[in-house]
Design a protein around this ligand. Structure first.
Ligand SMILES: C[S@@+](CC[C@H](N)C(=O)[O-])C[C@H]1O[C@@H](n2cnc3c(N)ncnc32)[C@H](O)[C@@H]1O
Length: 333
């Protein structure tokens, strides 16, 4: 393991299979997955996409075990690669939020596409798909979603659902949003949750108390409640289509005149996803490091990052890149 920088926002880079690392890393707020694509892109990348579900399965299982409802997973792949892996992600409790299209533009084709023989249009996109770790509640021998648990707990109080508005101190938002059964459901903010729980425990029938408790002793606190969902800071003016050319110029790591790693991602896009889903000081996981672009972005944004790369040559190129980057950042301070 190499410690590239030790500070409030450290980078720890491992030369190992990610599967050997998950149990020793701290719990992540962000996971940036940029692994196999099924295109023989690096040693160990399968030649076709059909088996990507098997390739990712043990990783996804571990991500689920080590994550909390505060964690966001960003899953980079081709469109078809993602389609193959989505059922695995869903099976291990990852909730789909949105698919972002990286449109690399026409520069990505640049005389490199025999479309007539391939009988398809040039592909200039990849996807970066956002997932969150859905919290699961246990009640009455069942597993419930947050929405269903809120309804279940309120029903136990014996109070009518119309009283949830009075409890939350709102006109009708509680019945319309926090206790609805349908897709218009919203997460109740901490303050509203706290009020609802206090009201339920004061006016709900005595024998069922405590209400809105997960430990059977006291209601979930406002602080605990706020941690039951992933972080999300919505950037202004950014949609789910990201027009950004392939990495080029100074940013592109080269061996001689050729790109060192075909999959090197733009720092700008890595910074975007990390900013959206974390705060300074949070921990980012980069299990398929390559040239460790997510580690660079994390460092720029004052997040800590643990990254690993299993290939020896790529690992040493990543170490060199990170050392240079961190040194330049220090000089710039
Ligand atoms: C798509 S590339 C990542 C590129 C990276 N995002 C960047 O910007 O440079 C995937 C990398 O993961 C590495 N890799 C594949 N399987 C791995 C595993 N099980 N553990 C650690 N690294 C792995 C590969 O050697 C490859 O360099």
């Amino acid at each position: 393991m190499q410690i590239i920088s030790e500070s409030s926002h450290s980078i720890h880079l491992y030369h190992d299979d990610a599967l050997n690392c998950y149990d020793i890393w701290g719990s992540p707020i962000v996971i940036v997955s940029d692994g196999a694509y099924g295109i023989s892109g690096f040693p160990g990348d399968p030649p076709t996409y059909e088996s990507l579900d098997i390739w990712y399965d043990p990783h996804v299982r571990k991500w689920s075990e080590r994550s909390t409802p505060q964690t966001t997973l960003w899953f980079w792949n081709t469109e078809i690669g993602w389609a193959i892996v989505h059922p695995v992600l869903a099976r291990y409790g990852w909730e789909y939020r949105a698919c972002h299209i990286w449109d690399k533009g026409i520069a990505h084709v640049a005389g490199n596409s025999n479309t007539q023989s391939l009988r398809k249009l040039p592909i200039v996109t990849e996807v970066c798909v956002q997932y969150v770790k859905r919290p699961v509640f246990h009640a009455n021998g069942q597993q419930l979603s947050m929405r269903d648990w809120l309804r279940y707990e309120w029903e136990r109080t014996g109070l009518p659902f119309s009283k949830t508005n009075e409890a939350a101190g709102v006109k009708d938002a509680a019945t319309r949003k926090y206790f609805t059964k349908d897709h218009l459901w919203y997460f109740p903010p901490g303050e509203a949750f706290e009020r609802i729980a206090a009201y339920a425990n004061q006016f709900g029938q005595k024998q069922g108390r405590p209400y809105f408790s997960t430990d059977g002793h006291q209601p979930v606190s406002r602080e605990q409640w706020e941690k039951l969902r992933s972080k999300f800071y919505c950037p202004i003016g950014i949609t789910n289509v990201w027009r950004e050319p392939p990495v080029n110029g100074e940013e592109r790591i080269k061996r001689g005149t050729k790109a060192f790693h075909l999959n090197q991602k733009p720092i700008k896009l890595m910074e975007r996803i990390i900013t959206i889903s974390s705060d300074p000081g949070d921990l980012v996981w980069e299990p398929f490091g390559g040239l460790c672009t997510a580690a660079i972005a994390s460092h720029n944004l004052k997040r800590s990052c643990v990254a690993t790369e299993s290939n020896a040559n790529i690992f040493s190129a990543a170490v060199t890149r990170l050392r240079q980057h961190v040194a330049v950042m220090r000089l710039d301070l």
